[in-house]
Design a protein around this ligand. Structure first.
Ligand code: ADP
Length: 219
């Protein structure tokens, strides 16, 4: 299967990190920034890096932008530029357009013009760090909806050696452990007989309030 190709517009802190990570993951990345210095710094790290104004339709056309599977508008601080670049990527036929928003209103504008996925890196990271600060064992979480999440937590000392039957999270807390990362691999859909060991990572799914109850009680 052909590897996806990405175009990253704006190589600031967010766009630069995103572009280099995609390269590390083995994908082809075109980076575009109007700042020559920024482009020079990134040129060795990306498949192509060009100095261009992403609101110039002709330039985007000449770069063959419509052939990219995914275009990411990583311009945040200049909302006008971000919206114009996103409109052009959509109009020029980039399959999937992702854009970074810095405010809720900016995000709404991006959604209105048909951006496929709007991300709020600062807001989301703030929320994530808050959760991690109050729950030291919490490694990560994904919001499935407003009310439901999947969270990753390390198994604390007090659960060491317990089986899932003994912990019984579904009956006691109303949430389920759907996977266990152990040093020698991942157990997907662990059974009642699987043991928890200190340091294993539990992947838990459930309503937020149920997961909160689980965290408060056992982690
Ligand atoms: P971050 O907070 O991730 O650093 P910024 O919004 O500060 O994000 O940086 C965005 C980058 O986008 C900057 O490097 C800037 O030069 C670039 N940029 C802004 N407007 C345009 C544009 N119209 N065309 C191309 N690049 C742009």
């Amino acid at each position: 299967m052909k590897k996806q190709q990405f175009a990253v517009i704006g190589l600031g802190r967010f766009g630069g990190a995103l572009a280099t990570e995609l390269m590390d993951l083995g994908y082809e990345v075109l980076g575009i920034d109007r700042d020559e210095e920024v482009v020079n710094d990134m040129s060795e790290l990306l498949t192509h890096a060009v100095v261009a104004d992403a609101t110039d339709e002709e330039v985007l056309r000449s770069l063959g932008i419509r052939n990219f599977d995914c275009g990411i508008v990583a311009i945040g601080n200049d909302i006008q530029m971000s919206i114009l670049a996103a409109i052009l990527l959509k109009d020029l036929g980039v399959k999937t357009v992702v854009a970074k928003a810095i405010t809720t209103l900016h995000g709404r504008a991006l959604e209105k013009i048909g951006v496929d996925r709007v991300i709020f890196p600062e807001r989301d990271m703030g929320i994530r760090v808050a959760h991690q600060l109050v729950t030291p064992n919490l490694l990560d979480y994904i919001e499935l909806s407003k009310d439901y999440s999947i969270v990753e937590m390390t198994v604390p000392e007090q659960l060491h050696g317990k089986t899932l039957a003994e912990l019984n999270p579904r009956a006691r807390f109303g949430c389920s452990i759907v996977a266990l990362h152990k040093p020698n691999g991942v157990i997907v859909a662990p059974t009642a007989l699987d043991h928890l060991q200190k340091g294993d990572i539990m992947v838990i799914i459930g309503a937020n309030e149920k997961i909160d109850g689980f965290e408060a009680e056992v982690v």
